[in-house]
Design a protein around this ligand. Structure first.
Ligand code: CTP
Length: 215
């Protein structure tokens, strides 16, 4: 029997600590990444799912090769970069924080009179890093959330991050995207492919996406 193809998927938000009780995060539910993981298992892949903290109602699918929960962007970067060399492909769906607090206070920050100014620093762009590591045999797929110039911005990211495919979605539309069960994406391939996948359940969309990318 042929060996199973291996696929790494990231999902969910990250949490960037400010002090022992506070963090910066975003509205990602993890639903799209988990749907992709379920569809990939179904399609016969050996799947590693690396996930930021999601609600307990979002459950890892059965049949994963490995489930790795992480909290912050640095932790996700470490796990993903360690595992990527052994993978046939990776789909980075996580909404990784682009910035984190420059200083993480050891003790709870106490309130004072006046304003508090937070200094933030960039996190590692994990997708970009994998684009640098990628071999000719590996496929790398990213997501792009855009409020404007969808095609132009997505194609720019595809090139800059050395991707094979990018799944672009328009954010800010009611009833789809972040936290919703439904979404609409357009897939752009490195060879000029443009594949619109109209608004549907994330579970079906995940299957359509994998069918389009992996024959
Ligand atoms: N990503 C990542 N590591 C980061 C940030 C993003 O791996 N630190 C990945 C996401 O998983 C997603 C893609 O990169 O696949 C999104 O790229 P990004 O350039 O962050 O997109 P936007 O959030 O749309 O960025 P921008 O602020 O440039 O519009």
């Amino acid at each position: 029997m042929a060996e199973k193809r291996t696929l790494l998927i990231t999902a969910g938000p990250t949490r960037e600590a400010l002090d022992p009780v506070r963090f910066i995060t975003n509205r990602s539910s993890g639903k799209m990444g988990y749907a992709l993981a379920a569809a990939a298992v179904e399609k016969g892949f050996s799947v590693i799912l690396v996930s930021g903290p999601v609600d307990s109602s979002v459950i890892p699918p059965e049949g994963l090769a490995e489930f790795v929960p992480v909290i912050c962007a640095a932790e996700m970067a470490e796990v993903v970069k360690t595992r990527f060399p052994a993978m046939d492909a990776a789909i980075l769906c996580a909404a990784v924080a682009d910035y984190r607090p420059k200083v993480v206070a050891q003790n709870k920050i106490k309130k004072k009179e006046g304003e508090l100014i937070l200094e933030l620093e960039r996190t590692e762009d994990i997708l970009f890093s994998l684009g640098q590591m990628k071999t000719g045999q590996q496929k790398l797929i990213g997501f792009a959330a855009e409020t404007e110039n969808l095609a132009e911005n997505a194609l720019c990211k595809l090139k800059k991050k050395n991707l094979d495919w990018i799944a672009a979605n328009q954010v800010g539309l009611p009833g789809q995207g972040f936290q919703s069960d439904r979404n609409e994406i357009t897939l752009y391939g490195v060879n000029g492919e443009v594949i619109p996948l109209p608004l549907t359940e994330k579970k079906l969309l995940a299957k359509q996406m994998l069918d389009a990318i992996f024959q």
